[in-house]
Ligand binder design. Structure first.
Ligand code: AMP
Ligand code: MN
Ligand code: MN
Ligand code: MN
Length: 299
């Protein structure tokens, strides 16, 4: 699979042709797994991971497309978890695919998502969106378990929210009625599934949780304690000072650094491979983790 060798260290202001955080129609992305891979190839990416929310259902299709396009594809997903009342996402990079305890873990996540959608629907019905579940389902466009974006589209289509941002700001975003987290496992549980199944666990977008630096450090400590190995040093667009500061927190804990765009759909600010540049840091890139050595990493 080594398409191009990846460097052993992260230098400042480099682009690596790598994107280890992207979504497809297997969750809340707009492109099919094959179309996503094709776009990545067109944009010159050499190594990518498909990381749909709580599912690896798109991986087979992506793998086939990646073989044909000559792109290195790392199977993965993004697991919804909780830590101290905060919703935390953990990216699972799974070099050997879906196996081990993660099989049962994702089955549990699927059930949790189904139950959560019922709770969200009930709450939104009380807030002016009748038949919320059926409407969200219509927007999902498939039988996959529902996510908050499906409810956001329904809120906008029915005129309850004025746009997508308004739907999250008033109904679905962090701390709002439609932000239901009770069904998600503790962060350590997800890390156990991932690490016990041969994978690398990565804290997704650590700067997006509105945690203080100290609290973010405590999250990282708990994550390391559970066996987690990496953190997204760059997720989409970030403030450079915040990224440098985050890099220090990784180095202090011997955590690997991952990179991803969090791409969901064309036309948004994110595209596959588009993300802020990496600062110079002693934190090793995640592709140097021994479990990912089949990527043909170090050049
Ligand atoms: P869920 O996985 O069902 O909890 O939905 C979370 C998804 O909703 C995220 O992955 C984003 O795609 C989207 N999302 C979450 N918060 C916001 C927000 N404040 N604005 C826009 N989209 C959001
Ligand atoms: Mn999403
Ligand atoms: Mn996320
Ligand atoms: Mn994501």
């Amino acid at each position: 699979m080594p398409i191009t060798a990846l460097p052993a260290t992260l230098a400042a202001d480099q682009h690596y042709g790598v994107d280890f955080h992207m979504h497809s129609t297997a969750s809340d992305g707009a492109l099919s797994p094959a179309a996503l891979v094709a776009l990545c190839a067109e944009r010159g990416l050499s190594h990518i991971a498909l990381t749909d929310h709580d599912t690896m259902a798109g991986v087979d299709e992506a793998e086939k497309a990646a073989r044909e396009a000559g792109v290195g594809l790392l199977p993965g997903c993004e697991i919804s978890t909780r830590w101290q009342g905060v919703g935390i996402h953990v990216v699972a990079l799974m070099p050997n695919g879906l196996q081990g305890p993660l099989v049962e873990g994702l089955a549990q996540q699927r059930q949790a998502r189904i139950e959560r959608a019922l709770v969200i629907a009930k709450r939104l019905e009380k807030m002016g969106l009748p038949d919320a579940l059926a409407k969200a389902r219509a927007h999902a466009g498939s039988e996959r378990p529902l996510g908050r974006p499906d409810f956001a589209r329904a809120l906008v289509a029915e005129g309850v929210a004025k746009d997508w941002a308004d739907a999250f700001k008033r109904y679905l975003g962090s701390g709002k009625k439609g932000d239901v987290k009770a069904q998600w496992p503790e962060v350590g549980q997800a890390v156990e599934w991932i690490v016990g199944s041969g994978g690398v666990a990565v804290i997704a977008h650590p700067l997006r949780y509105q945690l203080t630096r100290r609290k973010r450090g405590l999250l990282m400590d708990a994550f390391c304690e559970a066996g987690g190995q990496a953190v997204e040093l760059v997720n989409g667009q970030q403030n450079p000072d915040a990224t440098r500061d985050l890099a220090r927190q990784l180095v202090e804990r011997d955590l690997y650094a991952s990179l991803g765009s969090d791409f969901h759909f064309p036309g948004s600010h994110a595209a596959p491979g588009s993300m802020s540049v990496v600062p110079r840091t002693a934190a090793p890139p995640v592709w140097c983790h021994p479990r990912l050595s089949a990527l043909g990493a170090v050049g």
